[in-house]
Design a protein around this ligand. Structure first.
Ligand SMILES: Cc1cc2nc3c(=O)[nH]c(=O)nc-3n(C[C@H](O)[C@H](O)[C@H](O)COP(=O)(O)O)c2cc1C
Length: 306
């Protein structure tokens, strides 16, 4: 019997539906037992978010400051064969609940020496968060053997509108009846089990050497050059602005409201202005530096940390 621990956090159920659909082949196999552990912060994050609450979690998310989690139900002494970590990026970083788990004593125990598969469901920017994940897993002596991603396939500006309607307005269907539904859709859920098949093969043979290659072939990784370039900018600027806000006090401190509010205006405006420019650059970049772009895509498609 193979035992798999699945750690996940979800607010609206998008990520849990994606990870459960992915793991269907394992769920249906009589030789595999899955233990699903949904992380629950003691003080739940709101859904839908108010504008201030949403942008106020930015500094703590970027700095990786943990929140308190409710007790876990899994057996931390158990020798799991595989751990699946399913998470959302928040502000190009690991979302606070999953980051809090990674900093817990239980994570130290349960992840030590273990193969790990990450499952990400997000708008479209996960590269920097996954770099942070790689670093955290290395610290915990865990081995990242696979990464599966679910991204919103709409154009960047369309998904900027639909994600804001989704997180701030609670709009789960088509925004205004004309925009595409945000996030994980029916088609993603249909394809998801095909990502689970190579995971099942690996767990049964105890061989994870070819898992990521198989996942890439199955289409589990989507990397768009324009978003890769854009994320590179955000990755540099976010820590600077997170520090600037944090100087005014911790989460919820009224003294930092003005700086949070400015961020809430500058970020969407910045994406709005930069997105078309970067899309043009990204079409030219493969012509000017084809090898460099392909090298970056190859790097982010695999699991080691440079
Ligand atoms: C505070 C916050 C920040 C987010 N930042 C990002 C981000 O940097 N990149 C991204 O692709 N999606 C981002 N998202 C979208 C989430 O990754 C995810 O799609 C959404 O929270 C729905 O997940 P759930 O339904 O499983 O709760 C963010 C969402 C929240 C709430």
């Amino acid at each position: 019997m193979k035992n798999v621990l699945v750690i996940y956090y979800t607010q609206t159920g998008q990520l849990s539906s994606a990870v459960k659909a992915t793991l269907l082949p394992l769920e249906n196999d009589p030789e595999v037992t899955l233990h699903f552990e949904q992380l629950k912060p003691v003080k739940a994050y709101p859904y839908p978010w108010s504008y201030m609450e949403f942008f106020d979690v930015f500094p703590e998310t970027v700095h990786g400051i943990p929140c308190e989690l409710q007790p876990f139900s899994f057996d931390k002494e158990k020798n799991y064969d595989l751990v699946v970590l399913a998470y959302q990026p928040w502000f190009l970083s690991i979302c606070i609940p999953i980051n809090s788990f990674l900093q817990s004593e239980s994570a130290k125990k349960v992840l030590n020496g273990k193969p790990v598969v990450t499952v990400i469901a997000c708008r479209n920017m996960w590269l920097s968060a996954q770099e942070k994940m790689k670093a955290q897993l290395l610290k915990l002596n865990a081995k990242l053997v696979g990464n599966i991603t679910f991204v919103d396939k709409s154009a960047n500006l369309i998904s900027l509108i639909t994600v804001l309607a989704f997180v701030l307005g609670g709009v789960k269907d088509k925004f205004l009846g004309i925009f595409p539904k945000y996030g994980v859709n029916e088609n993603d859920l249909k394809i998801a089990p095909t990502y689970g098949l190579p995971v099942l093969k690996s767990i049964k043979t105890d061989n994870y050497n070819f898992l990521q290659d198989d996942l890439v072939k199955a289409g589990a990784i989507t990397i768009r050059p324009n978003l890769m370039i854009m994320e590179g900018r955000g990755k540099v600027l976010f820590p600077l602005y997170a520090n600037y806000i944090s100087k005014k006090g911790p989460s919820g401190n009224p003294k930092r409201r003005t700086r949070v509010r400015i961020f809430g205006i500058v970020l969407p405006t910045g994406i709005l202005i930069l997105s078309p420019i970067i899309t043009i650059i990204s079409h030219l970049a493969p012509l000017i530096a084809p090898k460099k772009i392909q090298k970056e895509i190859n790097y982010f498609s695999q699991n080691s940390l440079r």
